[in-house]
Design a protein. Sequence first.
Lengths: 519, 351, 307
Amino acid sequence: MSEIILDLKDITKIYSNGVVANRNVSVDFRKGEIHSIVGENGAGKSTLMKIIFGIEHASSGTITYRGKPTQFHNSMEAILNGIGMVHQHFMLIDDFSVAENIVLGMEPKQKRFFLNKKEAVNVTKNLAKKYNFDMDVTQRVSRLTVSAKQKVEILKTLYRDAEVIILDEPTAVLTPQETQALFENLKHFKNMGHTILFISHKLNEVKAISDRITIMQNGESRGTFNNEDITIEQMTELIVGRKVSLSYDDFKFESDRDGVAFKVEGLHLMKKGVPILKDINFAIREGEILGVAGVQGNGQSELVQGLVGLAGINGGKWFINDQDITSLSVDQKRIHGLAYIPEDRMKEGIAQGATVAENLISSYYRRKEINGPIFMNDKAIGKVATQLIKMFSVRTKNYKSKIESLSGGNIQKVVVARETNTDPKVMIAEQPTRGIDIGSAEFIHKQLIDMRNRNVAILLVSADLNEVMEVSDRLIVMYEGEIVAHFDRTKDVGEMELGLYMLGVKRQDEESLKRASLC
Amino acid sequence: MLANERIFEVVKMAAAVLLALVLTFILLLIFSAQPLESFSKMLFAPLTKVRYMGNVIETMIPLSFAGLATALLFRTKLFNLGTEGIFYFCGVVTAAVATQTMSSALIHPFVTIMISGLVGGLIALIPGFFKAKYNTNELVTSLMMNSILFGLGLFIIKNFMQALDVPGVASHLFQATAKLPVIIPSTRIHFGIVILIITVVLLQLMLFHTKLGYTIRMTGLNKNFAKYSGMNAFWLFLVVHFISGFIGGVGSSVELLGMYNRFQWSALPGLGFTGALMAMLGRNHPVGVVAAAFAISYLRTGADIMARTTDVPVEIVAVVEAVVVLFVSSQYFLRKYHERALIKKGGEQNA
Amino acid sequence: MLDVLKIMLTPEFGFTVIRVVVPILFAALAAYIANSAGIANIAIEGMMLMAAFVGTVTSAFTQNAWIGLIAACLAGMLMAAILSYFTLILKTNNILGGIALNLFSSSFTVFLLFIITGSKGTSATLSARSLPKIVIPILKDIPILGRIFSGHNVLAYIMFAAVILVYLMMYQTPLGLRIKAVGKDPHAAESVGVDVIRIKTIALLLSGLLAALGGAYMSMGYLSFFTQNMTAGRGFIGLAAEAMGMGNVWLVTLTAFLFGMFDALSNALQLFALPSEIIQTIPYVAVFVGIVAYSIYEYRRMKIKGD
């Protein structure tokens, strides 16, 4: 057994809004090990890591690092002491080059005051070579793929001589193949003496890479285990405290699947001379969920934003029940039966500062049911809101509470409730369960399937492979703005095979791709 | 107790006012020969005479109108400071109509105020249109328009309406039929207060009980959300600008017809800018704006009385205004205590 | 029309352009640095006004223009410090905070002016010192250039130096890299240990310093005394010039000069028998038209890009 480098004792964290994120968590990390922290969203993994990294401060408890009691006041102190963190959302400046991103904050200088740009490039080049990363460090970050961006993030920590590297859900955005490559790198780091803290909720990955595993549930530690001492099933039970249903098959009725409800023809989009979307064609039947798989940044969000009318599209047409809705306004599209669960609920899905009720009626506020001749009918609004809160079991004091006082999962339920309430014909759901707890995620999945059973056509875009594979009926894969694969039955596809399409290694022939349009 | 959001807001406001007053007192200690006297005059003098309280209300009326006009824009997250120029130019418009002969003392002020409001609304549509259509920075355009409207207004007064028997910038006398009547004897409080109350009630209803108000509030809170929900920002920005300009124009007209016999503003009156302060202090809430206008008018009246009898100029009120506004619009001011109270509460609940 | 053109082609006109562009360009540079750090500094106008006041009054009391200039700079930076405290620490909306500070300075300067001079209009009764004019030896003898570029107030030359220094700082120093990083993505900057609040504060202080130089010029160069609200929107014109400069120092400078030219034009046209009230609006009309034209350009560009 090697020495303990970082030791947490009885860490408790209560946030300023009264939420207890960690309660009496004790865990130790050894030099040169890959140590996974697993648990569902909201279990307190991220908070614990932020405490180690100095972004958050423990309300009580002690941290011993390299044998000395420590509490970093900010991330700079943690960095200076050899702790690095790769965040779930990339912390990169898109307009800067790879080298600039890496040296930022610890820039090589010349003549005392000036930036030494040449040195910055050389240092980062050598660093990349040393750790088996192959990349052009003078490239702008905005041009990199997701996995390359992640490499830049890792290089940032290595440039700062990180001995302990925290990786927060690093595989969430990767294909299976990229994950494999990352694991190779991590093992290499381990052999070079680095300690890796690997945060994840994907248990098979955890099992594949870790030396030891700590399981968290509801802010508390359920124990630390050697990899060989615990099975995936045991982990699952510890994580949720109950068995989860991993399949939604029982909830899906066989629908008549006749008419085509939504049809997209020849969509394309150019930005700054670069094609973002290239000739996108697909169709969705009534009562069918079409999943869109793909690594983030391959045109999915542009596709969705374009379809709902929030961003421009250069060419193409789309139809609801054969009615052309291409050039209608957002409002008109909604009136024709389009609904949309946006990717970023805080940015687009809700208005912070408004009440739950006000957030529940935004796509509905002009309906006669909740309006009088001049004034809005507060009573009717209250009734609609109360009903939706009940139907979607949104946990809130009442409909007059401020939306931001709700948890992420409950906020997302508000969004889903609102979008369902307009009786749409077509629903576009973009990352509908990102970053929310398993309970809410499961609930939302069931809602989507319920809509499908009521003959709504659903487009489900998600970076989470499990999600698209479990929930959708048919599946398309997007790579560099194109549809590169189409599967008639999601059940028939293997994860590794899907990965090959997501990476652009494989591509189906035109005949197969044509079937995405159901003709 | 501090855990309650409403109570915390009140405590915060009180603390800001207290801080501002302490600062004012320190300034008086430095600059005034009779600091205590000045300070107490400023704080308490308005209470000593009915006429003084009358002054408070008279001052409050234009500040409220300017504040309401600005608050509506700020609510929609439109940082437009054009009320100043609208106040000036609509003053000229008011002068033009009020100097015409009209038979009825009922219709004359009504017509004048409506024309002034309409012109104000149309003027506001200029930066409003460019903002709505091209996302032109409305702060810059509105400020430039203030200077342009001032030049234009001054030009019109000097060349077409200048009273030759009066020195300086001055229009001809308003017709007696155009004046707003005084409604409380032994003060100069005029019918404008009634117009103000009507405006506040209408705005309050519009903002919190109509679809338009809902759209304004949601757009102000999160314009991405509004767009996503299918709300049309283009029309909304136009409508909001028009209403705001209309209120500004009405406010200008009411002020002139209630308080003056002729147009005599030789510089921008500063009322529009103060409107921005009222909006901030009143949290962009119609009733809040009027309350803020009352408080500031009270202080200004106090300071005015003080300035007449002591060595301190009225402008000292600016210190109070700025300090209070800065602290009140600070999200984090005193938040530590609020959070501590919340944590304590949270700890108890979770124990 | 031809007469106007004739005037614009004289070296005197060029001289006037430089004379009037100084406060605008300083304001534009101030806006540029603040904006690079991600802060819309609306308070530039107020910072300038405060600096103008403090500068000339201090020079009157110390009988030394340079001490006046230093005091002006300190005043501008103090205003910047107050703004940083409120917007960065207490999280006041920076536009609202800026508006409050502007209103504060316009009244507070009058308050102090009255206390000190007994007048609310100008400080002309004080025997204040102005900053020296500089005649540049060799340059002054070059025919046209000499008459355009020589003989300006020292702050005009500091302005030219400031453009270059600001460029060097933003593009060639670690501080510049960090300012840009903080402006583009504060979370990313924070993740590598850059102290975001510190960097933003530094940027705001520098912005305050530049604004103060512009303000000091108003009362110690352009005029030799303070008058009520003497900056007359120049801070905002600077902001507009910055907005149209698309994040490029040279373009910002060019736009400031363009606005300076209209300002000079409005001065020159006073000689003609035209209504002065209208003539005086020319610079504001120019900025209005400029910023609208720019936003239309941006709008079209975005549309083509498909955003």
